[in-house]
Design a binder for this molecule. Structure first.
Ligand code: SAM
Ligand code: SF4
Length: 326
């Protein structure tokens, strides 16, 4: 088991398969973003080796992210390898959904269990404005394909940005009336590359909830008030699905965090919003033994920061969001 010095059992690894992406969301990266060459990214066998290593330390839950994980070559085979690793019980993915129409079936067949799909608005024009390159219809059909393939329960993520989509939260929340989906609203967080918009156009979870309740009426507490991962869950009375709020900025959930993140270039990051990182890929390529790597991981886990420092103005600037994975 990997335990940190505060007694948290760290068993959930988010692996970024690539920093590359087929969209350019305004809250994530600039339009002229440059990406790492593939040789600097973990190769397929390196991803599977790290998965086995983390599994041997008690990690049992993997989420694949990016950049956009579905643009990674051999993504289906990588999922198959991870899903068949002894000790791994849960394999999910966070995706922009653009390629799911084609990939949902093969990914499910390879062992993927669930997807979170990012969808910030139901308005195709606003969708384009937020993602710069995205086509709403592609994502919408991707969500249907995911549901048909059994990648359920479907969770949808919307980052809410002042001046872009704060009015759209009501229509997004209404999706849960007819679909057994979890619609989660995320407070925008600041990272390198897009900090102006990220700090100045935040809409808080409280403001989002207020807007939804003004239009639809009071939300009921769901999940007995317990967090579902990082989301606080509510329900529109009579709805099939839930509405969730991820308030990393105004109400952090650090105390219950059980996560570590492995970036696409093989660096372990123990807090999304802290700059400290531990390189695992360079030692692996330099010939470190599996035991050496296990020691590096256990030490990194032990020193996992208690929480982030956004409230004190500590903004992590060494990586943009697509280079960490969310
Ligand atoms: N490309 C995939 C996607 O968009 O779902 C996976 C990677 S993306 C970095 C992971 C999640 O982070 C997405 O739900 C995205 O909306 C969210 N995200 C990106 N930039 C963010 C920011 N500045 N603050 C909060 N969430 C952000
Ligand atoms: Fe790409 Fe996801 Fe970042 Fe949007 S949020 S640019 S889809 S990595």
């Amino acid at each position: 088991m990997a335990i940190d010095r505060f007694g948290r059992n760290i068993h959930y690894l988010r692996i970024s398969l690539t920093d590359h992406c087929n969209l350019r969301c305004i809250y994530c990266m600039p339009e002229d973003m440059t990406f790492r060459p593939n040789s600097e990214l973990m190769q397929d066998d390196e991803i599977l080796l790290f998965t086995r290593l983390f599994a041997s330390l008690g990690f049992d839950k993997i989420r694949l992210t990016g950049g956009e994980p579905t643009v990674r070559a051999h993504v289906v085979d990588i999922v198959r390898g991870i899903a068949s690793t002894p000790g791994i019980r849960s394999v999910s993915m966070t995706t922009n959904g653009m390629l799911l129409s084609r990939l949902a079936g093969p990914l499910a067949e390879a062992g993927l269990q669930r997807v979170n799909v990012s969808i910030d608005t139901l308005n195709p024009h606003k969708f384009k404005r937020l993602t710069r390159w995205g086509k709403f219809e592609d994502v919408w059909s991707g969500i249907q394909a995911a549901e048909e393939a059994g990648l359920t329960p479907i969770k949808l993520n919307a980052v809410v940005v002042k001046g872009y989509n704060e009015e759209d939260v009501v229509d997004l929340a209404r999706l849960t009336l007819e679909h057994p989906w979890q619609m989660r609203f995320i407070e925008m967080m600041p990272f390198a590359e897009a900090t102006d918009i990220q700090t100045q156009q935040v809409v808080t979870a409280a403001q989002i909830k207020e807007r939804i309740e003004a239009a639809i009426g009071p939300l009921e507490v769901a999940n007995n008030g317990r967090l579902d991962g990082e989301a606080r869950l509510f329900r529109i009375p009579g709805a099939q699905g839930d509405v969730g709020f991820i308030s990393s900025v105004t109400m952090p959930f650090c105390a219950s965090c059980t996560r570590a993140r492995l970036t696409a270039d093989g660096v372990l990051r123990m807090c999304l919003l802290r700059e400290k990182e531990i390189d695992l890929l360079s030692p692996l390529r330099a010939g470190a033994s599996l035991d050496d790597l296990r020691q590096l991981i256990l030490e990194a886990v032990w020193f996992k920061p208690w929480g982030h420092g956004l409230a004190e103005g500590a903004i992590p600037l060494n990586r943009a969001m697509n280079q960490i994975g969310g």
